[in-house]
Write a protein that binds this ligand. Structure first.
Ligand code: ATP
Length: 234
């Protein structure tokens, strides 16, 4: 198999004196959708934050496109073609949809144009002049994903894109992720919704107490449900 787009080896990370990641090993190949599963507090968000360069204290290795990335500031990681969509979404309430969309800088060639983004998210086009505070949770999530597509990132780190959303919106986010994969984006996604993850993921990793404790492809996810659910505590 070719060199992975993202390779994380023996990654450990701390918040102050508290060690939150013990040992994370994972790979994401170009074009894949890979899900990180795990109980609350397992270390999924921290894994994405460490990859993005948002944690000060860490050990191990992160390679993005073959280049060593651990220890780089977030802007340098972004310039390697990575974008992060955090759980809290971070939509600016006082800015319009379009102003939010135009906010992140373009850091690498090959990003989508605003028109291409509106083709993917017609509801955002219809609401382009609306204020961020007027958007529903689903629209905010769509906008949070949409605005990282301009940056030129090829690897998207999505933290719980379905959290708190109604089933019909979860379906729409699922279709969006499938469309993004079809357009060549690579996605590493934290997801609590096991059924959602099992429909979309090419592969998955289960994280528990800061360690990867299980991994597999979509067949394992479908066939080993009881075991994986027991690891997730559901
Ligand atoms: P969740 O679904 O609840 O977000 P998670 O798997 O994403 O779970 P993390 O948010 O990565 O878990 O948290 C891993 C551990 O790090 C937890 O014990 C958490 O309490 C701790 N932690 C997370 N953020 C901080 C922080 N800013 N400062 C100190 N400890 C933190």
């Amino acid at each position: 198999m070719s060199e992975p787009l993202l390779r994380v080896q023996d990654l450990a990370a701390w918040y102050g004196e508290t060690q939150s990641l013990q040992r994370i090993d994972l790979e994401v190949h170009a074009g894949e959708v890979v899900c990180l599963l795990g109980r609350n507090g397992a270390g999924k968000t921290t894994t994405l934050r460490a990859i993005m360069g948002l944690l000060a204290r860490h050990r191990g290795q992160v390679h993005i496109g073959g280049r060593s990335a651990l220890g780089l500031v977030p802007e340098k990681v972004a310039r390697l073609g990575v974008a992060y969509c955090p759980e809290e979404r971070g939509i600016f309430a006082s800015l319009s949809v379009e102003e939010n969309l135009l906010l992140p800088p373009v850091l690498a060639p090959g990003g989508l144009s605003v028109d291409e983004i509106y083709d993917l998210f017609p509801n955002l086009k219809a609401r382009r002049a609306s204020g961020g505070s007027k958007l529903s949770g689903g629209e905010q999530q769509m906008l949070a994903i949409a605005r990282i597509l301009r940056t030129g990132a090829k690897l998207l780190l999505l933290d719980e894109p379905t959290e708190g959303l109604a089933p019909v919106i979860v379906e729409a986010i699922g279709r969006t992720i499938t469309q993004l994969q079809a357009r060549g984006f690579t996605i590493l996604m934290v997801e609590q919704n096991f059924r959602f993850a099992s429909r979309l993921a090419d592969r998955f990793y289960v994280i528990d107490e800061g360690c990867v404790v299980e991994s597999g492809d979509r067949h394992a996810l479908a066939n080993d449900t009881a075991r994986i659910e027991s690891l997730l505590g559901v």
